[in-house]
Design a protein around this ligand. Structure first.
Ligand code: ZN
Ligand code: ZN
Ligand code: ZN
Length: 149
């Protein structure tokens, strides 16, 4: 059965990341896999209605801490959550890629095909950098093709 197979993969994915597979964590991860796009807390809340918003929020924080998902904070007024491509752990996220924001439909996409590096010039102040985020704005492929109308 497809559902059973998928369910097993979700449990494996959570446990491989060192996270206990609770029902809520399984539901949130399942939606993130099913939707094929990055979601805000409110969008996940609507999909899982009537689930508790705080519990979903805590679940997302756990995902970010354990390297399952990363949060995109510069996509607009609300944070968007994206599944990591792999290679991230509870110690660090290795997915430093730009995020594409569609000005028509508002979808936020991980641009894993893009790579950027920032280097500090010599003799400049030593800042303590926690996170580098790059945003690309434009029109997404679906909107260009007229599919999101
Ligand atoms: Zn990550
Ligand atoms: Zn679009
Ligand atoms: Zn991303």
């Amino acid at each position: 059965m497809v559902w059973k197979k998928m369910n097993a993969n979700i449990i494996d994915s959570l446990e491989n990341a060192g996270v206990k597979a609770t029902p809520m964590r399984m539901l949130v991860l399942e939606q993130m896999l099913l939707q094929h796009r990055n979601l805000t807390l409110s969008e996940i809340e609507n999909l899982l209605s009537p689930a508790d918003r705080i519990t979903i929020y805590r679940t997302l924080q756990t995902f970010v801490k354990s390297g399952i998902a990363h949060v995109i904070e510069n996509a607009g007024t609300v944070a968007v959550y994206a599944l990591c491509a792999g290679g991230c752990s509870h110690q660090s996220h290795t997915d430093s890629h730009p995020h594409f924001i569609c000005e028509q439909c508002g979808n936020v996409t991980c641009c894993t095909d893009f790579v950027y590096t920032l280097r500090q010039k010599p003799h400049t102040p030593e800042y303590m950098i926690h996170k580098v985020e790059m945003t690309i704005k434009g029109v997404c492929a679906e909107c260009v093709a007229g599919l999101n109308r």
